[in-house]
Design a protein around this ligand. Structure first.
Ligand SMILES: *[C@@H]1O[C@H](CO)[C@@H](O)[C@H](O)[C@H]1NC(C)=O
Ligand SMILES: *[C@@H]1O[C@H](CO)[C@@H](O)[C@H](O)[C@H]1NC(C)=O
Ligand SMILES: *[C@@H]1O[C@H](CO)[C@@H](O)[C@H](O)[C@H]1NC(C)=O
Ligand SMILES: *[C@@H]1O[C@H](CO)[C@@H](O)[C@H](O)[C@H]1NC(C)=O
Length: 358
């Protein structure tokens, strides 16, 4: 009897260890990006940002947690501290900055677009900051290599702001698509810099289908029905730009994999996942659809008006955020982030899924 109990006890212990999300092989998580993943490097927001989970604005561009927050939680890691504040970064740090571009100031300045930049926080400046912080996180170079071997890197999304900076200055989509190879080169170079510093496990998200966002749908409205996807209602021309970026990005990642066979480089497919949600939002519980803003207001089907943006004059917040995909016209709700994180952690939008390797 006693032995049987002991056996049962062992079995229980074993089951605990086998529980998928209880512990992971990652000791730390490092993130680079823009407003899709900034967790407080830029503190411009106030409530209702943060209302769902934090009860306060944290700098996150959503009502609650972001994809990166759900990933940190599932990996048993703390919510990522912003790198520009004083924190203990031994379990990870977040270098993402709201409005960050992939490319640096000069690229935009050369094209007379520097007025559209809010911050100097390009991918390479974020990596510079990471490199400068490293000794304080993990010590000497060799120790850091060991430490970074057990770290997960998420590099992106990057690109959204490189394109929107020009689009918001009324540059035609055709001109903006000529930026794509430059953006992809910078991303490729950024991933290689991280590999040189010791990263061996990276997830690189593509850009989102921006043509599904109320801001784009409202500001670039068209009377031609052919300009809209028949199943989603998203603006085709803007999604085509995202598609081009993602196609070239995947090609660049293939090349990087061949060049660095010992390194895991996975693509995270925001694009397909958001399109899947937009095709049938109610399948995911989004009974208010994918194209309607929760926080804001406007006399159109997107509930969006540039003059009534969330947190500005005369905006309203929807009755139930969790039935909306879109939060403020250009960012998503916590509920949508949860669905997306699940697709990265358990598949199929990261392949192999993040949890399969943890
Ligand atoms: C909410 O955030 C503001 C600004 O960061 C801060 O001053 C305030 O103390 C916070 N309130 C709570 C309840 O955390
Ligand atoms: C970014 O840096 C450039 C110089 O490289 C400077 O001219 C510009 O004002 C900076 N922009 C911001 C928003 O800080
Ligand atoms: C706020 O929006 C409502 C609804 O569109 C409108 O009736 C009202 O006049 C607006 N108020 C202000 C101050 O803009
Ligand atoms: C909001 O919607 C969700 C999902 O449909 C539902 O479970 C929840 O009860 C709703 N909350 C409120 C306050 O209506």
């Amino acid at each position: 009897m006693n032995n049987l109990l002991r056996f049962a006890h062992h079995l229980l212990l074993l089951l605990c260890y086998l529980r998928p999300s209880s512990s992971s092989r990652y000791d730390a998580l490092f993130n680079f990006g823009d407003s899709m993943s900034d967790t407080g490097n830029v503190q411009i927001s106030t409530l209702p940002y943060g209302m769902t989970f934090f009860g306060n604005a944290t700098g996150r561009c959503s009502d609650g947690r972001l994809v990166i927050d759900f990933i940190a939680q599932e990996l048993g890691l703390p919510l990522l501290p912003p790198s520009q504040e004083d924190h203990d970064f031994r379990r990870g740090a977040n270098f993402a900055v709201v409005a960050a571009t992939t490319l640096a100031f000069d690229f935009f300045n050369d094209r007379d677009l520097s007025k559209g930049l809010w911050v100097n926080a390009s991918l390479h400046l974020q990596i510079d900051r990471f490199r400068r912080l490293l000794p304080s996180i993990c010590g000497a170079a060799q120790e850091c290599k060991e430490f970074l071997r057990r770290s997960l890197f998420i590099v992106g999304e990057f690109g959204g702001n490189d394109y929107s900076t020009a689009l918001f200055f009324a540059r035609p989509v055709g001109e903006v698509s000529t930026f794509v190879p430059h953006v992809i080169d910078a991303l490729r170079h950024g991933v290689e810099r991280l590999i040189e510093l010791g990263a061996v496990d990276l997830v690189v998200p593509g850009v989102l289908p921006v043509g599904c966002f109320p801001l784009y749908l409202t500001n670039y409205r068209s009377l031609d029905p052919d300009d809209y996807g028949p199943r989603t209602g998203c603006a085709r021309r803007y999604n085509a730009l995202s598609w081009l970026h993602n196609t070239l990005l995947r090609r660049a990642l293939d090349q990087l994999r061949r060049k660095h066979p010992a390194v895991s480089i996975r693509y995270a497919d925001y694009y397909s996942q958001i399109i899947d949600i937009a095709v049938d939002p109610s399948k995911y519980g989004f009974t208010d659809g994918a194209l309607r803003t929760c926080c804001g207001g406007g006399d159109n089907i997107y509930n969006y008006d540039q003059k009534r943006r969330c947190n500005e004059k005369n905006y309203t917040v929807c009755a139930n955020v969790s039935t909306h995909v879109n939060w403020d016209g250009i960012h998503m709700t916590e509920a949508a982030h949860r669905v997306i994180a699940d697709g990265w952690l358990r598949g199929p939008y990261v392949d192999p899924p993040i949890l399969s390797s943890s």
